[in-house]
Design a protein around this ligand. Structure first.
Ligand SMILES: [Fe+2]
Ligand SMILES: [Fe+2]
Length: 341
């Protein structure tokens, strides 16, 4: 059983529900058809029947993800004009541009669920939808470009690789490309920190300071502890989420500690040590009160990020109007021209 928006091949087995005459399909059949696709680890496609709550939950998650991608352009865009070399500038520009592309794929994926992109942006601008709290921290030095790439994009990869197997087809497919690009982002961050860490004592200190500031916020990117994560269970039952917040966080810690040793930089947690019995690193307690403050809008850069985003949206109004006018003109030209035989 497999949902397919492009229509099944002629010999493909079809579900009885899809073959039933109109009017004979009741909500219960559609729901069991949906559940059967989920149970068989198949993909739900835009034209498949799906429970309203599944659609709503996906729109919320994909929109929040898309918003995070485009807001995430700000802290790094801040350093494009101050990158220390032409090579670094070209790489950073490409990275920030990738994030715009990620936003684009994700807004397009949300549109396949019936959401309007303009409405989603309105909800970002009026605060009804959130973006990842990590982007509410400031980027104080060039080393922050390294720490963001290594830790923030690194945490994003751990969070997002399982989404390539998410039950909703368009989201899963978007994530395959996003993850490939995120892996480039993570390596470029590591490389920046590697150069700084092995540079002058002042450069090493700058790299260490950036890691000290970004480590704990990057751990909070995995969300609240499992016991306080109300959406996790339903999301896992629907095949949207594959692993719990705490499992993903542990995976990130286990992956990052050896990398920090290769960099010659310390992670700012005195309780971090290998636990042979568990086969994982133990780590110190995360201060989630800080995360909740940032989510409430009290982070160091919340107001600035939103102000900048609204202004960029207003400044871009003429581009949207021009694109609409061009599309309307093309429609009239196409309608007026005779159809080719
Ligand atoms: Fe991204
Ligand atoms: Fe990225």
């Amino acid at each position: 059983m497999y949902g397919n928006d492009f229509g099944p091949a002629a010999d493909a087995p079809r579900s009885d529900v899809m073959d039933a005459p109109l009017g004979r399909v009741d909500a219960r059949d559609l729901e069991s058809d949906f559940q059967a696709i989920i149970d068989a680890e198949g993909r739900i496609e835009p034209r498949d029947a799906m429970p309203d709550a599944y659609r709503k939950s996906l729109i919320r998650q994909i929109a929040q993800h898309a918003h995070s991608e485009i807001i995430g352009m700000q802290p790094e865009g801040n350093w494009i004009s101050r990158a220390p070399s032409l090579r670094r500038k070209a790489i950073l520009m490409a990275k920030v541009q990738d994030e715009a592309g990620h936003g684009l794929y994700l807004y397009a994926a949300a549109e396949t669920l019936g959401a309007e992109r303009a409405d989603l942006l309105d909800m970002l601008h009026n605060g009804k939808q959130k973006y990842s709290s990590i982007f509410n921290y400031p980027t104080l030095t060039w080393a922050d470009m390294g720490a963001i790439g290594w830790l923030v994009d690194g945490a994003a990869i751990v969070n997002q690789v399982p989404l390539c197997r998410c039950s909703y087809g368009p989201y899963a497919r978007a994530m395959v490309r996003v993850c490939k690009e995120e892996s480039f982002h993570q390596r470029q961050g590591f490389e920046i920190l590697h150069s700084l860490s092995n540079g002058t004592p002042a450069q090493h200190a700058m790299a260490q300071d950036a890691v000290n500031r970004w480590w704990w916020p990057s751990l909070m990117m995995f969300g609240p502890p499992d016991a306080e994560s109300p959406n996790t269970q339903q999301s896992m039952a629907w095949g949207i989420k594959r692993f719990s917040n705490d499992d993903l966080r542990q995976r990130f810690i286990d992956m990052t500690v050896p990398q920090s040793e290769a960099l010659g930089l310390e992670l700012p947690d005195s309780e971090l040590r290998w636990n042979a019995e568990r086969g994982h690193y133990d780590s110190g307690k995360i201060d989630f009160t800080e995360l909740f403050e940032v989510i409430k809008g009290n982070g160091p850069c919340n107001a600035h990020r939103m102000q900048h985003r609204r202004r960029a949206h207003e400044d871009g109004a003429w581009v949207r109007e021009a694109a609409d006018a061009f599309a309307a003109k093309r429609r009239t030209t196409t309608d007026a021209s005779p159809t080719a035989a």
